[in-house]
Design a protein around this ligand. Sequence first.
Ligand code: ADP
Ligand code: ASP
Ligand code: MG
Length: 402
Amino acid sequence: MALYVKKFGGSSVANAERVFNVANIIVDDYKKGNDVIVVVSAQGDTTDDLIEKAREINPGGASKREMDVLLTAGEQISISLLAMAIEKIGYPVISLLGWQAGFNTDTNHGMARIKNINTERMKSELDKKRIIIVAGFQGINKYDDLTTLGRGGSDTSAVAIAAAMKADRCQIYTDVDGVYTSDPRKVKYAQKLDEITYDEMLELATLGAQVLNNRSVEMAKKHNVELEVLSSLERKPGTIVKEKVKMEKILIRGVAKDTDVSVISVIGLKDNPGIAFKLFNALAQKKIEVDMILQSVGRNGTKDISFSVKRSESENAMKTIDEFKENLEFEDIKCANNVAKISTVGAGMESHPGVAAKMFEALFDNQINIQMISTSEIKISVIIEEKYADKALAVVHDAFFC
Ligand code: ADP
Ligand code: ASP
Ligand code: MG
């Protein structure tokens, strides 16, 4: 007998037929004598629809606390419906909200971190031989207020349960049959991977491959929880995410696209020591995360600094710099939202010169201009115009995989 943690994303439970399909997958493992804990997301586009409802009331101004009260409702619907489907098939089941399942988080509404899971309730339900259905993406903070874990956070809920309950398997069921070398919905020749390391998956997820939430991969690595990403619609093996894979040090494991990016350019800064410090210190104090940075060559005693941030942070970043205008002394500040980031990821690129050149050549061949570049041992990222993002993803992918 084993303990399985299974997570089903929004599209896997989008309608009644899909809910019964998921119920049958769960029951099949339960019937074999296994314990099963299930994490579900809100049905289909429910979370987006709820966000839209909040915008109708207070565009951009709703408090994060009330947003969390609203958004946790999406998962409350899907856990009850899935539990009802399992009841209908005739198996013992109970649905639990995040707080009932023991999810204690910090107080950071909208992006809360799990502090611990009190596993007592889940253990006692398993003792009663019940299938447990847990609402993903949510918890409760020390003030007994509802919190959410950030978009795509149900993956993290599942990994956290697998770690806390010492599960034998953590399976992330979704609408594709595994992790691919790029988004299979956008890139025709994307290839399915049998295995991928935590580190590579973490980079891909952070750089825009939403098939797994990056915090979930981080947590899986920390607690050594092996993950399987697989389809809820077809019954076949998926992709295993783990510490070490057989095909060690393959050159490139995948190519990802991220459109949640803006580039801010501060123009005509004084070309003096300490200017970069002042600028990025002001942003750091407001907890604004800066990704790529580009500094121009100085001219006539001035220079320009451009940097990228998450698009949702761009307004805040512009405001922050403007507040420091007197201290910083610059001529102008601009924000470009029509940009995207394309990244290649692979543990093997460290020992293979020429990866960057190959990536840049593919972009050049398609007349796609590179605005910024950043590299690390296992990734190369470029910023380009957003309108070329899907094309760039495909041509860079095909340069390495076709
Ligand atoms: P869920 O609702 O199940 O959480 P998501 O929409 O969050 O599903 O993630 C699955 C989607 O991730 C796929 O439909 C696919 O378009 C996208 N995706 C992006 N990059 C990749 C990749 N490298 N491999 C597989 N899927 C990817
Ligand atoms: N329902 C939440 C979202 O859409 C959480 C999740 O899907 O993992 O982001
Ligand atoms: Mg997801």
